[in-house]
Design a protein around this ligand. Structure first.
Ligand code: NCD
Length: 433
């Protein structure tokens, strides 16, 4: 069985770093034809790409043909295989985005593209049948915990969860070392979230199992950053843009927000990014991250003025105030002049600006987090972003557990059908069909 044409074409565009228009032009077809080849199989307007086009694309993109061991060719040319980048001290672990080169990011996205038919509930796979995931969450979580669990289940595995310190033996004084070693006898992979920076790395040192950092205090959240960048790339593809040269405005709690720490570092792997860092004075991006992304010809602007900072941005990435990390309780929340809402977006954003947020957004009165009045605006990409958590997390598991080459062959048709659109406010391009 060969790789789906959508995954094949997306990979070729990424490799050639081309917008859809430029790519259509390069291969001598209309943008409309290319769009129909990229639609999910089974959707009314989807069409099969002619074989001659496939051969030509293989040739110019330097890709193997679709039926040759496609994911194995995840050659990250200068830096070793994807699996080797997703390992530390010889163990399969995802602890920080610092492990990634740009090639490795794109190789992971190629695996995520292959997962799409499963994420869209058209196909099922049992490649992880018999494997058990330990989801250890010592901090609040809805999407990270459930989407990691769901991703593991959709590959045929099963999940054991513990939530909070109260219900784990850490409340009885058990060390991270002991907890990690004990869990290793019960499960086959661990996802860990912990309030202290560096604690997940400590879990990882005490086991030879795959360990994934699901957020370590104000440190990092690598899987979130990967799904954020995957979202940006997919949305940009639809909008005719590429990541190189993009203007990204990051807004809010840049001091404690681990998602923005990981995302800025990941984006810095691309070329010529303009970062606008917009935060209240007390919540500026840590200097070590600004220093790390200051290389490679990126432009970095820091401001406390929301409206001015958003002007011209291709992506606006808003964040919640991480109140749980404050030692000084005097900071209450965003003032109203820090809120991103429809009126502000209308006045300073472009027609194709993406509005993102890792979620949860604090929708309580007075929080002034990203406003719900944008819910009907198709520029709001927050739920497309959360949906992308599934293929990305499936790809991470597949690579860490070494089954990425078996997924394509393992797929069978799903017996049930989901609704064409998952949410009532989904834009037309946001269906599962
Ligand atoms: C974020 C986190 O936990 O860092 N949530 C998430 O995983 N999507 C952001 C937050 O809690 O504000």
């Amino acid at each position: 069985m060969s790789v789906p044409q959508q995954a094949f074409l997306r990979d070729a565009m990424r490799r050639m770093n081309m917008t859809r228009d430029a790519f259509a032009n390069r291969i001598g077809v209309s943008r409309r034809a290319l769009d129909t080849w990229l639609l999910p199989d089974g959707s009314q307007e989807s069409r099969a790409m002619p074989e001659i086009v496939e051969r030509f694309v293989s040739e110019i993109a330097g890709r193997p043909e679709r039926d040759v061991n496609y994911t194995q060719s995840v050659d990250t040319t200068h830096t070793g295989s994807l699996a080797s980048q997703l390992s530390r001290e010889g163990k399969p672990q995802l602890l920080s985005v610092d492990q990634f080169s740009r090639d490795a990011v794109e190789a992971l996205f190629r695996v995520a593209d292959i997962m799409q038919p499963i994420a869209q509930r058209k196909k099922i796979s049992r490649v992880l049948e018999g494997a058990v995931l330990g989801n250890l969450f010592f901090e609040a979580s809805t999407r990270t915990r459930v989407s990691f669990g769901s991703a593991f289940c959709r590959l045929g595995g099963s999940v054991c969860d513990t939530t909070g310190f109260t219900f784990s033996s850490m409340a009885k004084g058990e060390s991270i070392y002991d907890t990690s070693r004990v869990m290793s006898g019960y499960v086959d992979a661990l996802v860990v979230r912990h309030p202290e920076q560096g604690a997940v790395a400590e879990f990882a040192r005490a086991t030879n199992l795959p360990v994934i950092n699901g957020g370590d205090g104000p440190g990092e959240h690598p899987s979130q950053a990967l799904l954020d960048l995957y979202t940006i790339q997919r949305e940009f593809s639809r909008l005719g843009k590429i990541v190189d040269g993009a203007h990204i405005a990051l807004v809010g709690d840049l001091k404690y927000g681990r998602t923005v720490h990981s995302l800025t570092k990941l984006l810095a792997l691309y070329r010529g990014i303009k970062f606008t860092l917009i935060s209240p004075r007390a919540l500026e991006m840590p200097a070590y991250i600004v220093e790390q992304i200051s290389r490679n010809g990126h432009v970095i602007e820091q401001t406390h003025e929301l409206a001015a900072g958003l002007r011209g941005a291709d992506v606006v990435y808003a964040t919640r105030i991480q109140k749980e990390r404050f030692t000084d309780e005097s900071f209450e929340g965003y003032t109203p002049d820090f809120q991103i809402n429809q009126a502000l977006v209308e006045s300073v954003c472009k027609r194709d600006t993406l509005i993102m947020h890792p979620l949860p957004r604090d929708s309580r009165p007075g929080a002034n987090d990203l406003s719900t009045d944008l819910n009907h605006d198709p520029r709001l990409a927050i739920f497309r972003q959360t949906d992308n958590g599934i293929p990305i997390r499936m790809a991470i598991f597949a690579v860490l557990l070494g089954v990425e080459n078996q997924v394509q062959h393992s797929m069978r048709d799903a017996a049930w059908r989901p609704p064409a659109y998952l949410g009532p406010d989904d834009a037309p391009f946001h269906g599962v069909d």
